[in-house]
Structures are given as C-alpha cells and as structure tokens.
Design a protein around this ligand. Structure first.
Ligand SMILES: Nc1nc2c(ncn2[C@@H]2O[C@H](COP(=O)(O)OP(=O)(O)OP(=O)(O)O)[C@@H](O)[C@H]2O)c(=O)[nH]1
Ligand SMILES: [Mg+2]
Length: 280
C-alpha cells in the first residue's frame, strides 16, 4: 500500500495518475483511494479528478474509490482503512491512497501505508518549517513536484537540513532509512519512473530488514483495538436504547446513580434492575 500526501494542489492526483499509468504498463492491477477529493482548497480540482478518473474508467485494471466521509462515525481514517483493506483483499497488486496532508486524520491514514510519499512543491519554504514535525516522521520518500518551477533546489536543501535533525520513528520501529528526494514534474510525467524506483527500493529495504511484516503487525495491533472498541460499543448500544440512556443520565444527574458502577454493569450485561431496561 502506497500513501501519497501533500498540501492542497501539490499535484497528488496528477502524480497518482502518472504512477497508475506506469504500473499499468507493467500489467499490475491498481486500486486508488482518493480521500476527500472534494477538498474546498483548490477550485477545479474536483473536475480535474473526474476527468482523470474517466480516463481510466475503461480499464478494469484500475479501480478508483473516493472517500469523502469526513465527520462520519469512526472517522475518515477508519473508513479509509476499511476501504484499503477491502481493496487489498480483493487482490489488487497495488493500492494507492491520496490524501491532503493537513490533519491528524491524514497522519492516521498514512500510517496504514507501507510506503508514504510526501509531496512538496517549490514556493512554500515556510510551509516546510510549519509541517516539518508531522512530515519528517511519516515520509519514506520526499517528492518535490512542480520542479519546473523555481526553488526546487531550495526545498531540497531544506529537507536535507531538517533530515539531519530528525529521528525516524514509526510507532516503536526505527528503520534507519534516509528518505530519498525525487524531483518530478507530474504534469509532464517527468520523474515518474524515478519515483516508482524509489518506492520499490524502500519496499525491498523493508523486506530485507524484516520490517515489512513488523510494520504491518504494529499497524494491525492498533487497528484491532479500534475494531474491537467499535464492535463492543455496537453491542452495548444494541442493549441500551436511547430512552434508557436518557433515564440513566437523569438518574446520574440527580445523584441517584453512580456512573462508574452503571457503566460496569452495562458492560457486563446487566443494569442492576434485573434486566428490565435491557433490550434483548
Ligand atoms: N507546473 C506544474 N503544474 C503541475 C505539476 N503537477 C501538477 N500540476 C498542476 O497543479 C494543479 C493541481 O494538481 P492536482 O494533481 O489536482 O493536485 P492535488 O494535490 O491532487 O490537489 P488536491 O487534491 O485538490 O489537493 C493542476 O492544475 C495540475 O495540472 C507540475 O509538476 N508542474
Ligand atoms: Mg487531488
């Protein structure tokens, strides 16, 4: 799974599109998840994404799924993780996730990926400073896209500068990898092959160091807890309906009940009233 993240308009979709073309030439099947492609930041991007998607509609080797469920129960990261898992299990050779790198949701999403590509563009030098804490940790590969513009070298120098200060940590794992910097002009397809090579290099490195599985195990450890939490909450909510919940709340507010013991009772399957308020 490859995660691609970067500021709005950095050229993520264009790059994903170029990579998709590259991989399709190698006959690999691809799943693409575009997270929140209707981002309000760049006008016209929605239309651009649609047009690009249409390009591929005729190709059954490419499956594209848009996620725009921000604010939904369980969160965008969860929904994306589920979609990625389904795609992975469906036997796609390669899954790419495009996400706008702005918040914790995105950090959580890229944690899913085996390889995380952080896309920067010239002309945002200060932004490198602003987002450094987050991106230095998650980037396995840096892309300086729009390298046709002035300032690509400066961005490269800044990344190198920050790299010398940062320590890599992915959960509890330090992979001792120095993220390479790949310059691209996505709109022209320049640098796509070099990026694909950098991705393959990192995957090979992870496998050689026996970290590929380790990263995934760590990832699943976290996800399993989340899935269990959701499943158990679901079970409890089936037993405690809205009316009971309101009544409990009232009793607690009136100091007739202690919330801690109540929660314990509900979790254990009884509410201390001989089951009269328990559904099922
Ligand atoms: N000059 C130049 N323009 C580019 C390059 N790559 C992409 N663009 C243009 O930049 C604009 C934004 O590209 P997108 O691929 O939609 O960017 P994005 O990061 O997916 O944008 P959002 O999904 O809205 O965050 C488009 O007009 C692209 O044609 C590049 O290398 N050089
Ligand atoms: Mg996009």
């Amino acid at each position: 799974m490859i995660g691609l993240t970067g500021a709005p308009g950095a050229g993520k979709s264009t790059l994903v599109d170029q990579l998709a073309k590259h991989y399709r030439k190698e006959n690999r099947t691809i799943g693409i998840i575009a997270v929140d492609p209707t981002s309000p930041y760049t006008g016209g991007a929605i239309l651009g994404d649609r047009i690009r998607m249409q390009d591929h509609y005729a190709d059954p080797g490419i499956y594209i799924r848009s996620m725009a469920t921000r604010g939904s129960l369980g969160g965008l990261a969860r929904a994306t993780a589920d979609a990625a898992t389904v795609l992975d299990a469906s036997g796609r050779d390669l899954v790419m996730i495009e996400t706008v790198g702005v918040g914790q949701d995105e950090i959580d999403i890229v944690r899913l990926a085996d390889v995380t590509v952080v896309i920067l563009v010239p002309g945002m030098g200060d932004d490198v400073q602003t987002i450094k804490a987050g991106i230095m940790e998650i980037a396995d590969i840096f892309v300086i896209n729009k390298s046709d513009r002035e300032g690509a070298e400066r961005v490269e120098r800044e990344i190198r500068g920050l790299q010398s200060l940062a320590t890599r940590k992915l959960g509890t794992i330090n992979d001792r990898w120095t993220p390479p910097i790949v310059k691209t002009v996505a709109s022209e397809g320049v640098g796509t092959a070099a990026l694909a090579e950098a991705i393959a290099d990192y995957e090979a490195y992870l496998k050689k160091e026996n970290l590929f599985l380790k990263k995934n195990v760590e990832n699943w450890q976290e996800r399993l807890i989340e899935m269990l939490r959701d499943a158990m909450l679901q079970k409890v909510r089936e037993r405690v309906d809205g009316a009971s919940l309101a009544r409990y709340a009232e009793e607690i507010a009136e100091h007739k009940r202690d919330p801690y013991s109540l929660v314990e009772e509900i979790v254990e399957g009884s509410d201390g009233r001989g089951g009269s308020n328990v559904q099922h």
